[in-house]
Design a protein around this ligand. Structure first.
Ligand SMILES: [Fe+2]
Length: 302
């Protein structure tokens, strides 16, 4: 990956993300071709609701024990409570699903200005060999090729161990064809299988989540018509992301540095970025799950 700074003045220091600061073997990246505008691609990442619908797999089909448990929790509450707070890097998003036993499942993910997200995207080591644990996260960077095509750079980063590259190749790249294009795409209707939809998956497009996400963002057309959308409370992260982007455009026009452009290396905008998923009592403050458990995870890794 090559990073570019396209704004005015000197390039700022790189944000202190583990993918830039840690040993090379603790990160792994690939990319996926997308036939739509980059922004709707990133909007999919910061919509936590979609996990309960788009990626639903019948629990017996969901692979390992962790996958089955996750599918049970995601399927128990289809309308998670979504809370958002603004941060120096963008947004911290918390999605809470009631489990019906006095507990809730809280997932904390993030929007990172201007085109990225960080979230719990699955194990970083082979779950059949190592018990999955909170030891890192995934970042997606959506980078425009032109107005109606983009690359999704998908980066796995681990705090404390090498990313298992062989496992990644099997788990993530199983449906990738020529030139980083997924085998399932618009041109073949993502090979949707109606029989599969009856019993195995909600979408009928196989088990690879990258395919599901690509379908969801490309089927909005090459550039989504925002004049016809009806945003609701679960779209708060998307609304706030658009406001931050518009503010950043205005900042640049006025000669100010936008959010996420640190000029002082000591003032790192991502220092409070955490990704964590936890089962907690129903009355636990969901945004505090990110602040408290996330810091514990980071501290344990450091
Ligand atoms: Fe997704």
């Amino acid at each position: 990956m090559i990073l570019t700074y396209m704004g005015p003045g000197e390039a700022p220091p790189l944000p202190q993300l583990p993918i830039f600061t840690g040993p090379a073997e603790r990160a792994w990246s690939t990319k996926f071709f997308h036939e739509c505008n980059y922004l709707q691609g990133n909007e999919g990442n910061i919509d936590p609701q979609h996990l309960s619908v788009l990626h639903r797999i019948a629990p017996p089909e969901a692979g390992n024990e962790r996958g089955r448990r996750n599918q049970m929790m995601l399927g128990t509450d289809l309308a998670p409570k979504i809370e958002v707070e603004e941060t120096d890097y963008g947004l911290r998003i918390s999605a809470s699903r009631l489990l019906g036993d006095g507990e809730k499942y809280v997932r904390v993910s993030n929007f990172i200005m201007p085109n990225a997200s960080a979230f719990d995207g699955g194990p970083l080591q082979d779950p059949t060999k190592t018990a999955p644990r909170d030891n890192g996260y995934w970042i997606h960077f959506h980078v425009p090729i032109d107005d109606t095509h983009h690359w999704k750079y998908s980066v796995a980063c681990c705090y404390d161990a090498p990313v298992d590259v062989d496992y990644m190749k099997r788990a993530v790249l199983d449906e990738v064809g020529e030139n980083y294009d997924l085998v399932r795409n618009r041109r073949n209707r993502y090979l949707q299988d109606r029989e599969e939809m009856k019993s195995r998956t909600w979408l009928g497009m196989g088990m690879n989540f990258r395919v599901h996400d690509r379908f969801a963002v490309e089927s909005q057309r090459p550039i989504s018509d925002r004049t016809r959308e009806h945003l609701g409370t679960s779209d708060r992260p998307i609304i706030l992301m658009r406001r931050q982007l518009l503010q950043a455009i205005d900042d640049i026009r006025q000669g100010r540095d936008p959010r996420m452009i640190p000029r002082d290396p000591a003032d790192d905008p991502v220092k409070d970025l955490v990704v964590v998923s936890r089962r907690v009592p129903e009355d636990h403050d969901s945004l505090a799950v990110g602040r408290d458990f996330g810091r514990q995870v980071k501290a344990a890794a450091e």
